[in-house]
Ligand binder design. Structure first.
Ligand code: UDP
Length: 194
C-alpha cells in the first residue's frame, strides 16, 4: 500500500474500486478498520488542531474526498488516481453488503432522517441485515450506544455525525470493538434518504 502525505495527512493511493475490495477482504477476515474520507476542510482542520490530527492518525485509511485533494497530490508530484468520497463508498458498501449479507449499524443524523435511511436501505437492499441504529443526538457519556454495537457485532458501522464529530467519536471508542469497518460519512444519510 502506498500513502501520499498532504499537510501531514497520509492519503491512500487507491481507486474507489480497489478500496472497496480491500474493505471487503477486511470484513471477510473479521478485521477492524477505521476509515476517514478526508476533504480539504478536514485536512485544514487537522492542520490547525493537534487533537483532531491525533484522531485522524488513528485511522487505518484516509481517502481523498474531493477533487481539491487529488489536485494537491498532482501538484506535489505524487498523484492520486481519483477521488474516493464518503457518499460513494457508502453506496458501494451497501451494494457489497446486499450481495454478501453483511450486517450494518447506522449511527447519526436526526431521528427522522435515520428512520427514512433504515427504511430505504431495507427496501433497496433486502440482503443487508440492519443490526441497529441510533440517531446522532445522543449523550456521548451514555455507554448504551457502544454496548449495543458490541453486542450486535456489525460488519460495518456508518457514522454520520458530521465532521469533526464523527472522527472524534470513532477514535474515542474504537478500542472497545473487536471487528467492523468504522467510517465517517458526514451528511450522507440526509442525501441518501432525501
Ligand atoms: N449530526 C448529528 N449529530 C450532531 C450534529 C450533526 O448526527 O451532533 C448530523 C446531521 O444531522 C447531519 C450530519 O450530521 O445528518 C452532517 O451534519 P453537518 O451538515 O453539520 O456536517 P458536515 O456535512 O459539514 O460534515
Amino acid at each position: 500500500l502506498k500513502f501520499i502525505p498532504i499537510l501531514e495527512i497520509p492519503f491512500i493511493k487507491t481507486t474507489r474500486k480497489q478500496f472497496v475490495e480491500m474493505l471487503q477482504s477486511h470484513i471477510d477476515k473479521q478485521e477492524k478498520s477505521f476509515v476517514v474520507t478526508a476533504n480539504p476542510e478536514i485536512v485544514m482542520h487537522a492542520h490547525q488542531s493537534d487533537e483532531y490530527k491525533k484522531c485522524l492518525h488513528k485511522a487505518n485509511y484516509i481517502t481523498a474526498d474531493g477533487i481539491g485533494i487529488v489536485k494537491a497530490a498532482k501538484i506535489i508530484g505524487n498523484p492520486l488516481p481519483e477521488r474516493v468520497c464518503g457518499y460513494d463508498i457508502m453506496i458501494d458498501l451497501f451494494h457489497v453488503s446486499n450481495k454478501k449479507n453483511y450486517s450494518i449499524y447506522l449511527l447519526g443524523a436526526s431521528q427522522r432522517v435515520l428512520q427514512d435511511t433504515v427504511e430505504v436501505v431495507k427496501k433497496k437492499y433486502p440482503g443487508i441485515n440492519v443490526a441497529g441504529h441510533q440517531n446522532g443526538f445522543f449523550d456521548w457519556k451514555d455507554p448504551s450506544v457502544v454496548q449495543n454495537i458490541k453486542k450486535t457485532q456489525p460488519d460495518l458501522v456508518f457514522v454520520a455525525l458530521g465532521f469533526p464529530r464523527q472522527e472524534q467519536w470513532i477514535s474515542n471508542h474504537l478500542d472497545h470493538f473487536d471487528k467492523g469497518i468504522f467510517i465517517g460519512v458526514g451528511g450522507s444519510f440526509d442525501v441518501f434518504s432525501g
